[in-house]
Design a protein around this ligand. Structure first.
Ligand code: GDP
Ligand code: MG
Length: 163
């Protein structure tokens, strides 16, 4: 079976934007199975000659801080179960939040390979924003922009390199 890369992070950081850029039009149709939550999208991708499945977690928009925390936690745990590598996405514009730290804690305990993607680094002037996220403890964060499509090659180099 193909290795699985999962994109995890709190709502609105840009997970779906990056997922769509990576899969192009290779969205996978997944049958409803018991125990599989419907708010996850599956697609396929290929990079450096490696084919993989990729999961966009957290498809349903939720309101309220408690609900967001609960769902972010659940998505992180599901990603740990099914993924070989996890892309942990954060947002350079809003900076590090409590929900990010919560996700980091769950991922850290799992010992799965994690790549931190700092999205919304829309111009080079903002490249410094990436350094704040070193403190998450997963090594060098990679600055990307879903709006401009920049940094996605570097992100895939790092993620596929850990498969
Ligand atoms: P998700 O909830 O994590 O799946 O996030 P989405 O992909 O739905 O994106 C949330 C919002 O952020 C949308 O309004 C996107 O257009 C916006 N967005 C995504 N990527 C970027 C980016 O690189 N820069 C900026 N400025 N906005 C972005
Ligand atoms: Mg989404």
């Amino acid at each position: 079976a193909r290795p699985v890369i999962a994109i995890v992070g709190r709502p609105n950081v840009g997970k779906s934007t990056i997922f769509n850029r990576i899969i192009g039009d290779r969205l996978a149709i997944v049958e409803d199975k018991p125990g599989v939550t419907r708010d996850r999208l599956y697609g396929t991708g290929e990079w450096n000659g490696r084919a993989f499945n990729i999961v966009d977690t957290g498809g349903i928009e939720i309101e309220g801080e408690d609900e967001i925390m609960k769902s972010v936690r659940m998505q992180a745990e599901l990603a740990i179960e099914e993924a070989d590598v996890i892309i942990f996405m954060v947002d350079a514009k809003s900076g590090l939040t409590l929900a990010d730290e919560e996700v980091a804690h769950i991922l850290f305990r799992s010992h799965k390979p994690v790549v931190v993607a700092v999205n919304k680094v829309d111009n080079q002037g903002r490249a410094d924003d990436v350094y704040e996220f070193y403190g998450l403890g997963f090594g060098e964060p990679i600055g990307i922009s879903g709006s401009h499509g920049t940094g996605i090659g570097d992100l895939l180099d790092a993620a596929v390199g850990k498969l």
